[in-house]
Design a protein around this ligand. Sequence first.
Ligand SMILES: Nc1ncnc2c1ncn2[C@@H]1O[C@H](COP(=O)(O)OP(=O)(O)OP(=O)(O)O)[C@@H](O)[C@H]1O
Length: 305
Amino acid sequence: MPAPAATPAQDEARPVPRTVGEVLAQSQVEAVMDELEHDLVGLAPVKQRIRDIAALLVIDKLRLNLGLAAQMPSLHMCFTGNPGTGKTTVALRMAEILHRLGYVRKGHLVAVTRDDLVGQYIGHTAPKTKEVLKKAMGGVLFIDEAYYLYRPENERDYGQEAIEILLQVMENQRDDLVVILAGYKDRMDTFFKSNPGMSSRIAHHLDFPDYSGEELLQIADRMTAGMNYRFGPGTREAFAEYLELRLAQPNFANARSVRNALDRMRLRQASRLFAERDRALTEADLTTLAPEDILASRLFQTAER
Ligand SMILES: Nc1ncnc2c1ncn2[C@@H]1O[C@H](COP(=O)(O)OP(=O)(O)OP(=O)(O)O)[C@@H](O)[C@H]1O
């Protein structure tokens, strides 16, 4: 990771940037953008939107410096897409970008779901929501499956109370907190139709597409290398076959399913090696995932029947 952005105290000693190049150099935001570009497979439309948002933030910074903008831009966002498409991962990078450009003080990410915000009994929701907001101040509050906050079928649902507190903070403290709502696109659209107040406070909508089979394989390559394993002869092909079967299953969760499958492969590899009590295990033995480590999956057995 490159050095973190300058603290406000350091900033004071520096000349106020007047060019895009000066803002980029001072904030080192490009390093995060490059990481995002290289570390994440695919996601071309998402990466383009992030570049656009970063450009807007840099220009707004210059406008603020010249007194041309009276207040901080609204930066609340909505990330829609199926599970495992990289929403949390990109939100983490976004938090870092916002921090480096000085839009939030700390740049951490607090990820929550309805249960973290809404209480079970009367009087419990406001303190719960406020506690979460306190933790998230100076960073990004990531609300996964945000639409569960709104349950129209239950007239006295406490979710509404959490929504109202969120709306207030999103409006009044937008110079220190960025909220990202995440979840399935169709459910989010319905949520926004019933909650125009929330919809109007969201400045940027990013849609995360499902990964193609080839992208999922590339993600598997990166994850494997990241864990210090490698695919042995024939394993990548076997994994591609597995993915084809897995894609057709319910609850397929894109990159998350790839990670889970790799974790199960590591378990099978370990059992395989564990059975050979007396053999000295080489580095190659310990790092290689063999075709049988994936072909033993339940999915292949069902497919053969
Ligand atoms: N484009 C990608 N390249 C490499 N790894 C990725 C990519 N997208 C996701 N991953 C990895 O897949 C896993 C799941 O991603 P992430 O949690 O960001 O997805 P998500 O959309 O937030 O899913 P959910 O909504 O189910 O939490 C993480 O381990 C992440 O590092």
